[in-house]
Design a protein around this ligand. Structure first.
Ligand code: GLY
Length: 308
């Protein structure tokens, strides 16, 4: 198989002044792993490393640069999925960690459990000597300003269509030269969320899914809607009978039709064809094209007729 990788930096109403940083951040994440992927890096390692790049980049709502919850705290969700085994690792509402996807990756190899949250997750971090970082390492001035702006606004709601906000969830999907697929998603969730709120990102089949027999997907957007239709699994199931792009489009159509949801997906089907679609005003993504090299986009290529 020719290795493939696609990453996203969120489907949202990303303000124009942040577009360049989104394009560059997504391109850098592909750049950081593609040479190694061509030289035998596994799809799992590739998606973890690509998402690590995006988590460290303050442009995105994941790791550094995440939204603050209503109490002014940062709580992160992440998942990583292995298409060969259908195994996954996921963490929810974890604090003081720069790379939650790497904690999820450790869980992927846990003999008993896939998904951790709460005090047990804190113990797990200690047991695995995962260094906590100071809040200041995750918090950006941009998010502090945004938090103060929306904190007391009685009209603010994350469900308001196309509320302009700095960014969203990140994710990566890869296919390696052995034909194995993997997907990973990492997020700071939604702005001004309730403490303990968990979105779609760490939920298997919602925020990500990977199955070598179908394909792999990472999703972004309004988690409460995405979870209800298990968007990532829905698109993967449709890879069976539809061309890759049509399957992505079907998923996003259902997101709107069934649960009035807004979001986007990126993916790769089992034959190595890329898929991407969104119905938010913008989604940032980049992928490696064997002829053109790294291709990055941030544009309205979703479904204009479906927009509110
Ligand atoms: N899609 C990210 C979230 O809703 O938490």
């Amino acid at each position: 198989m020719v290795p493939k990788i696609i990453v996203h930096g969120g489907a949202w109403n990303i303000p124009k002044r942040f577009h360049q940083a989104h394009l560059e951040g997504c391109s850098k994440a592909v750049q950081a792993v593609y040479a190694d992927l061509k030289n035998g890096l596994s799809a799992l390692e590739a998606v973890e490393r690509a998402v690590n790049e995006l988590e460290a980049d303050p442009t995105f709502n994941a790791g550094r640069g995440s939204y603050l919850n209503v109490k002014g705290e940062i709580e992160l969700d992440a998942i990583i999925c292995d298409g060969k085994t259908l195994n996954f690792g996921a963490v929810a509402a974890v604090q003081n960690i720069l790379h939650p996807v790497s904690v999820a990756k450790i869980l992927l190899n846990h003999p008993e459990h896939c998904f951790l949250a709460g005090n047990g997750l804190k113990d797990f971090l200690k047991e695995h000597h995962i260094a906590e970082v100071a809040v200041e390492d995750l918090l950006t001035q941009r998010e502090l300003v945004y938090y103060r702006k929306i904190k007391g606004d009685p009209n603010f709601t994350t469900r308001k269509p196309f509320e302009p906000a700095p960014g969203d969830t990140v994710g990566a999907v890869a296919l390696d030269d052995n034909g194995n697929l993997a997907a990973a998603t990492s997020t700071g969730g939604t702005p001004r969320k309730l403490p303990g709120r968990v979105g779609d990102s760490p939920v298997i089949g919602a925020g990500a899914y990977a199955d070598n027999q179908l394909g792999a997907i990472s999703a972004s957007g309004f988690g409460e809607a995405i979870m209800k239709i298990l968007l990532a699994k829905l698109v993967c199931d449709n890879f069976k009978d539809l061309p890759a792009m049509a399957a992505a489009r079907f998923g996003i159509t259902q997101l709107r039709k069934r649960v009035n949801g807004l979001g986007g997906v990126i993916g790769i089907n089992r034959t190595g064809t890329y898929a991407y679609c969104h119905n938010t005003p913008f989604m940032a993504y980049a992928y490696y094209d064997t002829k053109k090299g790294i291709v990055s986009h941030i544009k309205m290529d979703g479904m204009p007729s479906d927009r509110v």
